[in-house]
Design a binder for this molecule. Sequence first.
Ligand code: ATP
Ligand code: MG
Length: 300
Amino acid sequence: MLDLKDITVSFPVRAPLFSGRRRDRLHVVDGVSFSLGAGETLALVGESGSGKTTIARAILGLTPIDDGGLWIAGRDARDLDPASRKAQFVFQDPQASLDPRIRVWEAAVEPVALAGPRTRRELRARAAALFAQVGLDADCLDRFPHELSGGQRQRIGIARALSVSPRILIADEAVAALDASTRLQVLDLLSELQANIGVAILFITHDFSVISRLAHRVAVMRFGRLVEIGRTADVLVNPLHPYTKALIRAMPGRGGGREENGLAGGRHRSGRRGSLPAWPPLRPVGPGHAVAVQEPTVGN
Ligand SMILES: Nc1ncnc2c1ncn2[C@@H]1O[C@H](COP(=O)(O)OP(=O)(O)OP(=O)(O)O)[C@@H](O)[C@H]1O
Ligand SMILES: [Mg+2]
């Protein structure tokens, strides 16, 4: 469904004063490869600034790729405009992304209305079907965003993404703002929808504790690169990269704060660095499991 091969993305930044250059490029994604099948969920985890949203935007066609290949359902994404990519974003904060003056049923079908002429009646019927699909009561159709709970608004965000029948859903921190039990309900809704319609989900999060709930595989990013990728159970039980180990130790219930886990600091500050630190390439260590650590030197 989705294939990324050695994707590289950089942004122009102002060069340091007196460096003699006017422009530098900040490399934020460097040589990232992964694939995502229909009906599969891949969690993309990693610290703030590691390039997760940039990858999402590149997949959606909102940020240009410098180098590498991107294929959606077997077609080269360079030949596809954002609408024909059939990839939809589920926003992090539906409160901020929903217009407070527009009734939620209209917000849910706005992408359909933009895609081509439809009668109001057709749109309303589509909204009613979407509401049922995401577990929202028909009573909610005519409400305004502030008349819904956070969890209900997140369901509107999902309905909106589903309204144009995407092949790929990209959920960027989609449940971060919800309380624990609402978060679980929304995660379960995503799993259920996936089982019904076979959509591929790229689930972006900082939080390792949500992934075991719905991700089949996990990809861990640091400084614009993948440091580990594998099946969720393999990565959780047998993490091999020190950064993955630190993230797992920091999961709630596993004890330890960020400092003790070595997660504080070391951020990829924009503008500070034109290129990324040297890093060993990903190498396979088991079925579907690959990690970027130096190969152990074997004595003889
Ligand atoms: N349009 C842009 N111009 C310049 N730099 C950018 C642009 N967009 C993103 N960046 C930089 O790229 C880096 C990666 O950003 P990105 O949003 O992908 O991180 P992220 O992993 O999604 O972080 P978070 O978890 O905080 O959402 C950051 O250093 C950011 O400042
Ligand atoms: Mg982000």
